[in-house]
Design a protein around this ligand. Structure first.
Ligand SMILES: [Zn+2]
Length: 251
């Protein structure tokens, strides 16, 4: 019996190959349930469905193991892929069932664990040339959206980036306040218009859409909009000097 070293529950199914038909594990295949973990439990326990995967991950990050890793699962619809892969189902894939951050994190942990135990190295999706397959790319599949193209599908790039981060042992730390670049929108004294200060120089912002475009990036990278600061008041003694300094950069 071969299992992940991560905490998990066993929900065994009769639906699987016995052994791996001489294949060894060289990849992971990612799937989306188009449903929930509990619904998947029910389907896989039923011999009439003739379907399974090694693992399923719920929206709360729970991991269920359905098939011993020593056996091929009935997941990819292709004997060679099933017998040479570890298959993972994920909760989500429909408009009403989200693929959650907890599911993505658990998937990344599980993929990293599988890579370590089978010596797969860094995880890479590249059709059937990488060591991570998407079900929709396996020959003979009829699951065109599985796992990433379904509504609320699996964000594959995020899973693999996070898994590789775990494998390097160098987890990306959240940016500390003092490390943050000094980025801001700046209103200069009484000057009309707004500039963007990128930490080195000023650029004029000619349209509110440009401000929004910068803020879209800021929200992605720093989780919030850039502050809009007003620099210089005519009463302040440093006003003229500060304005001159900033205006030398201004174009
Ligand atoms: Zn699938």
């Amino acid at each position: 019996m071969t299992s992940t070293s991560l905490p998990h529950a066993n929900v065994f199914t009769p639906n699987h190959y016995n052994g791996r038909n001489g294949y060894t594990v060289d990849h992971i295949t990612l799937h989306i349930m188009v449903g929930t973990l509990s619904g998947t439990d029910t389907v896989f326990m039923n011999p009439n469905y003739r379907a399974s995967s090694h693992y399923g991950i719920g929206g709360n990050g729970d991991i269920h193991q359905y098939v011993d890793e020593d056996n091929g699962s009935w997941a990819d619809g292709d004997m060679a892929s099933d017998c040479s892969g570890i298959t993972i189902e994920h909760e989500g894939g429909s408009p009403s069932i989200r693929c959650t951050d907890a599911c993505v994190e658990a998937s990344a942990q599980l993929c990293a664990d599988i890579s370590r135990r089978y010596n797969l190295g860094f995880l890479k999706h590249d059709g059937l040339n990488g060591n991570v397959y998407l079900h929709r790319e396996v020959p003979g599949t009829d699951h065109a959206g599985c796992p990433d193209l379904a509504p609320n599908g699996l964000p594959v790039d995020r899973v693999l980036a996070r898994a590789n981060e775990i494998l390097t042992g160098q987890e990306i730390q959240p940016i500390k306040e003092e490390d943050m670049p000094l980025n801001a929108f700046v209103r200069l004294g009484d000057e009309p218009g707004i500039c963007y200060f990128d930490g080195c120089g000023l650029r004029s912002v000619d349209h509110p859409d440009e401000m929004e475009a910068v803020n879209i990036i800021a929200r992605e990278t720093e989780g919030k909009d850039l502050p809009l600061v007003s620099v210089g008041s005519p009463e302040a003694p440093y006003h003229a000097r500060l304005l001159g300094l900033l205006q030398r950069e201004y174009r």
